[in-house]
Design a protein. Structure first.
Length: 271
């Protein structure tokens, strides 16, 4: 049953909110009465999302256009929410736009992945969780990926960064579970986002950006899974696909899991 998010309020900070899962989270939380701070790189898209939310739900909105790979990104976000009682943090940023072999990409791309997926969410949690603990109420949702279960080709830095996020959420949950602050690591499988559509279109796997990638879960299912399981942390799987993958890999040894993942990814790419 969906938790009453009003107890966490009055403000939610959604990082990665211009489209996809982040925009769906912002919509759902605003529909339940929370004011929302929307963060992404593109100001125009943020303003459009914020305007629509304010009109539909009558809540207050703020936007902050921040490139999360830049040094000091977390400080810029914290300045944007200074004075607000942030009771709900959703960290959605961090998709891999490349899906390339590690050595075929730049080291700066890998470093940016670690900055965006590991350093910034850690900094935000360290800065925002104390006020949640003090109030005795708060929620932190960190989006992860099945890519973090085990290492695989074409997602060396991405998979490693998502493994960090999953363990970080579990550890933070273990420390905060009796404080009134609910923490979940939300583990996604294949999800129907604009980023995935762009990737599959560029690879010729879908005919147009209007097509839904095969086997992709809708973003609404991601939000529902999170809101239904805020008190069921630390780790929440979204959909049968990623749940099944977690169970399968858990039944194998570590080396066998890596070999299985490499074989599956290479087969999907026709290698």
């Amino acid at each position: 049953m969906t938790v009453d998010v009003g107890k966490y309020g009055p403000w939610a900070l959604i990082v990665g909110a211009s489209d996809g899962v982040g925009a769906a989270f912002a919509e759902a939380l605003a529909a339940r009465g929370l004011n929302v701070v929307l963060v992404a790189r593109r100001q125009q898209l943020l303003d459009e999302v914020a305007a629509g939310i304010a009109e539909r739900y009558g809540v207050r909105t703020r936007t902050a256009a921040v490139d999360l790979v830049e040094p000091g990104a977390a400080d810029m976000l914290l300045q944007a929410v200074d004075g607000l009682a942030i009771g709900f943090l959703v960290y959605c940023a961090g998709a891999d736009p490349d899906f390339k072999p590690f050595l075929a990409n730049t080291i700066s791309a890998a470093e940016s992945m670690v900055q965006r997926n590991c350093v910034v969410p850690m900094q935000l949690c360290h800065a925002l969780a104390p006020q949640m603990v003090q109030r005795g109420a708060g929620a932190i949702v960190i989006l992860g990926s099945g890519a973090g279960f085990v290492g695989g080709p074409n997602m060396v830095a991405y998979g490693a960064s998502k493994a960090f996020g999953m363990v970080f959420a579990e550890a933070l949950w273990s420390e905060l579970q009796h404080t009134g602050v609910d923490v979940i690591g939300l583990i996604l499988g294949k999800t129907d986002t604009p980023a995935l559509r762009r990737l599959e279109y560029e690879r010729g796997q879908i005919a147009s950006m209007a097509d839904v990638p095969a086997g992709a879960e809708p973003v609404e299912q991601v939000v529902t899974a999170a809101l239904d399981n805020l008190t069921n942390g630390p780790t929440v799987y979204v959909g049968d696909q990623v749940t099944g993958a977690a169970q399968l890999l858990a039944s194998l040894g570590r080396n066998e899991s890596v070999a299985f993942m490499a074989q599956a990814i290479n087969a999907a790419m026709g290698k």
